[in-house]
Write a protein that binds this ligand. Structure first.
Ligand code: M6R
Length: 614
C-alpha cells in the first residue's frame, strides 16, 4: 500500500526521502513522487509512474535542494497508475502539497462542491480533492494551514495518513492519521515521518505513533506538538524501536522472500524464547496470564484475519478445538466487519496480523470490542495499530518481513497459536501433562527439522523447472494439512501468477476432480497422520485420472513414493505440529517457480505488503 516519508532538519532532504521510499518499496506501489521546499521557500513537486528509480531519473536535471520535504509511493485506488495521479498533489494555487495513504470516501461530494466554486482538477484521485478542500477551507476561514487541516478533516469521511507542506513556510510539516499508520521519528534537531519505521530506523530509534484523528505540527527545532482534530493537545510517549537496520537488508540472498524462508529456524526460536522455560516444562505467555479467566470461561473463540494470517487462524481452530475443547470460528475480517455477526460478551476474539495495520482486521476488532468481547492480538509489527487497539496479545517476534508473500510470519503465527492453545488447555485442564510435555518438547525440535527441509532446496529448485509452465495447480490436504494446502496455493498464485486452488482432499470427488487430467499438477500433503490411509486413497483417486502428483511425504515413506510422480520429504513430527514443516517445501516451490518465470518475487504485481485500505 502507499508509503509516506517526510523529513525536516539540517540535512538535504532529497537523499533521505529517496532512501526512505526505497525502504518502503516492499509495501507495493505503482508510482512515486516527492515535494521539496528549497532555500528560496519555493515549493516543487516531482512525480513519476513506475519505480523510485524512474522518479530519480525524472529529477536528474532539476534543482532538488532543501532541508524539508515529503515523498510518497502510490498504490492505485482511485485512478490508474500515472504521473498525474501520483502524489504529492498540489492545491489549485500550487502553494500546498499533500501526500496521502487511505481513501477519502466522500471525495465525490466534496469534489462537486469544489467544482461549483471553480476548482479545477488535474487527476482522478480522492487525494487531490482533499488538498483542494484544505485550500478552500483556508481561504474561506482566513486561517493558517494547521487550522484549515483540522477543520477540513472534521468533514472528511474515510481513512487517511497525510503529510502536508506549504510554499513560503519551510519550517513545518503537518501530519495526521485516521485508520492508516503514521510514525514520527525524533532525531537530534531533525524529524522524520514514515508509514512505518523502516525509513526512519537508520537515523533514530525514538518514535511517536500517531493515533486516529490526531494531527501533528512538526516544526523545525521544536518538539512536535500533537492535537486531536478537535484541537485538544495530547502528550505522547516516545517509544524506542526494537528493529535494526540489518533486518532491512537482503543479507546475500537474491530476494527477501528466500532470506525470510531461510530465517525460519531462527525466527521460531525467537518466537519461543522466554515463553517456553529452560527446562521445557512450561509455557508462559504474558498476554494470557492477566486474562486467563477470559480464556478459561470463553463461550467461544472467534479468529479474525485476512490472507495468510487467516490460514494460520484455520490451524488455530484445529489447535484450540483439539486441546482447549472450546468451539472456534474463523472469519475473514472483511466479511465479519459487515456481517452483523452475533458476538457474546464472553467470546474471545483473536485477531491475527503480520503488519498489525490491515484495515479490515482493524474494523473487525472495532466491531468485536463494541459488542463487549475480549480481543487478543497476534501480531508481528511492534507498536502497530492492532496491538494498540486490542485488550491483550502476543507478538510473533519474527523480525521485519519485507517479501510481500508472507512466510516467516506465518510459521511464527502458527507457533504462537500452538503455545496459546497449550497454555490455555493447561489452565483449563483439557490436556494431560504427558501430552503437554511431549508437544512442548517436539515444538523445540521444529527449528532443526526446518533446517533439514531447507537443505533440500536444490532438489525443490530442480523440481520447480518441470512445473514452471503449468497453467493451473491444485493443492490437497486433510486435517491440519488442509490450511497448508490453502496456504501453498496462495503462495504460488501471488508470486508466480499461476492459477492455484487448495482443497480438502476428500472434497475433490464433489466437483473439482473433474479438473484432473494428465496436465494438472496436484500437490498432495500426505504426511503420516491419523487419517493417512484416507489421504492415500484420495491420492489414488487423482492418480487414476492421470493427475501429476507432487507429494509432500515423511522421510522414508516408501508406499506413497510409488504413487507419486515426484515427492519432497519432510521429517516426521506430531500431527498438530506438522503444518510448521509441510508449509516449508511449498514456500520454496512457489518461490522457485516464480523466479523461473522471472516474476518480481518480493513485489508481485497488484499486491501490497500492508493492506491499509478496505
Ligand atoms: O498483515 P496481515 O497479516 O494482516 O496481512 C494479511 C494479508 O494481506 C496477507 O497475509 C497477504 O495475504 C499476504 N500477501 C500473503 O502472503
Amino acid at each position: 500500500m502507499c508509503g509516506i516519508v517526510g523529513y525536516i532538519g539540517f540535512r538535504e532532504a532529497y537523499p533521505i526521502l529517496i532512501k526512505g521510499l526505497r525502504r518502503l518499496e516492499y509495501r507495493g506501489y505503482d508510482s512515486a513522487g516527492i515535494a521539496l521546499i528549497d532555500n528560496n521557500e519555493e515549493l516543487s513537486v516531482y512525480k513519476a509512474k513506475g519505480r523510485v528509480s524512474d522518479l530519480e531519473e525524472s529529477v536528474k536535471d532539476k534543482d532538488i535542494n532543501g532541508t524539508i520535504g515529503i515523498a510518497h509511493t502510490r498504490w492505485a485506488t482511485h485512478g490508474e497508475p500515472s504521473n498525474a495521479n501520483a502524489h504529492p498533489h498540489y492545491s489549485q494555487s500550487e502553494t500546498i502539497a499533500l501526500i496521502h495513504n487511505g481513501i477519502i470516501e466522500n471525495h465525490a461530494v466534496l469534489k462537486t462542491q469544489l467544482e461549483e466554486k471553480g476548482y479545477k482538477f488535474q487527476s482522478s484521485t480522492d487525494t487531490e480533492v482533499l488538498v483542494q478542500f484544505i485550500e478552500y477551507i483556508k481561504s474561506l476561514n482566513n486561517c493558517d494551514l494547521f487550522s484549515a487541516v483540522q477543520i477540513a478533516l472534521k468533514q472528511v469521511v474515510g481513512a487517511y495518513a497525510i503529510a502536508i507542506i506549504e510554499k513560503g513556510n519551510p519550517d513545518q510539516i503537518i501530519a495526521a492519521r485516521k485508520s492508516s499508520p503514521l510514525v514520527i521519528g525524533i532525531g537530534e534537531g531533525e524529524f522524520f515521518l514514515g508509514s512505518d519505521a523502516s525509513p526512519i530506523i537508520e537515523y533514530t530509534n525514538r518514535v511517536i505513533y500517531l493515533n486516529d484523528e490526531e494531527i501533528a505540527l512538526i516544526k523545525r527545532n521544536e518538539e512536535p506538538k500533537i492535537f486531536t482534530i478537535s484541537n485538544v493537545e495530547i502528550t505522547h510517549e516516545i517509544k524506542e524501536l526494537e528493529m535494526n537496520l540489518s533486518e532491512l537488508e537482503r543479507g546475500g540472498f537474491p530476494h527477501y522472500m528466500l532470506k525470510e524462508i531461510f530465517e525460519q529456524p531462527e525466527t521460531l526460536k525467537n518466537c519461543m524464547s522466554g515463553r517456553i522455560n529452560v527446562e521445557g516444562t512450561h509455557i508462559t505467555l504474558s498476554g494470557i496470564i492477566d486474562f486467563k479467566e477470559k480464556f478459561i470461561n470463553a463461550r467461544r473463540i472467534i479468529i479474525i484475519a485476512c490472507g495468510t494470517s487467516w490460514h494460520a487462524g484455520l490451524i488455530g481452530e484445529y489447535l484450540f478445538e483439539e486441546f482447549c475443547r472450546v468451539p472456534v470460528e474463523v472469519e475473514y475480517a472483511s466479511e465479519f466487519r459487515y456481517r452483523n455477526p452475533v458476538i457474546y460478551k464472553d467470546d474471545v476474539v483473536i485477531a491475527i496480523s503480520q503488519s498489525g495495520e490491515t484495515a479490515d482486521s482493524l474494523a473487525a476488532i472495532e466491531s468485536a470490542r463494541k459488542a463487549g468481547a475480549f480481543v487478543y492480538g497476534v501480531c508481528n509489527v511492534i507498536g502497530s495499530s492492532i496491538p494498540r487497539n486490542t485488550d491483550s496479545g502476543s507478538y510473533t517476534h519474527c523480525g521485519h518481513e519485507i517479501g510481500v508473500a508472507s512466510t516467516k510470519a506465518f510459521t511464527a503465527q502458527v507457533t504462537v497459536l500452538t503455545m496459546m492453545a497449550l497454555a490455555i488447555a493447561k489452565e483449563k485442564g483439557t490436556v494431560n501433562n504427558e501430552r503437554y510435555l511431549s508437544i512442548i518438547k517436539e515444538l523445540q525440535n521444529i527449528p532443526a527439522k526446518i533446517k533439514t527441509i531447507l537443505s533440500h532446496n536444490d532438489k525443490i529448485k530442480e523440481l520447480s523447472l518441470i512445473f514452471t509452465y503449468a497453467q493451473n495447480f491444485i493443492y490437497l490436504g486433510r486435517g491440519y494439512s488442509y490450511p497448508i494446502a490453502l496456504e501453498g496455493a496462495l503462495k504460488l498464485k501471488e508470486i508466480s501468477y499461476i492459477h492455484a486452488e487448495g482443497y480438502p482432499s476428500a472434497e475433490m470427488k464433489h466437483g473439482p476432480i473433474a479438473l484432473i487430467d494428465n496436465e494438472m499438477p496436484v500437490v498432495a500433503i500426505a504426511t503420516n497422520n491419523t487419517i493417512y490411509e484416507k489421504v492415500v486413497s484420495n491420492v489414488q483417486e487423482i492418480k487414476a485420472r492421470k493427475g501429476r502428483i507432487i507429494a509432500i511425504i515423511n522421510e522414508g515413506d516408501e508406499g506413497i513414493k510409488e504413487l507419486a510422480d515426484h515427492y519432497i520429504e519432510v521429517p516426521s513430527t506430531l500431527e498438530c505440529l506438522d503444518p510448521l514443516l509441510s508449509c516449508i517445501p511449498l514456500q520454496l516451490l512457489a518461490y522457485h517457480i516464480a523466479v523461473n518465470k522471472n516474476r518480481d518475487v518480493d513485489m508481485p504485481r497488484n499486491l501490497a505488503k500492508s493492506v491499509t485500505v478496505e
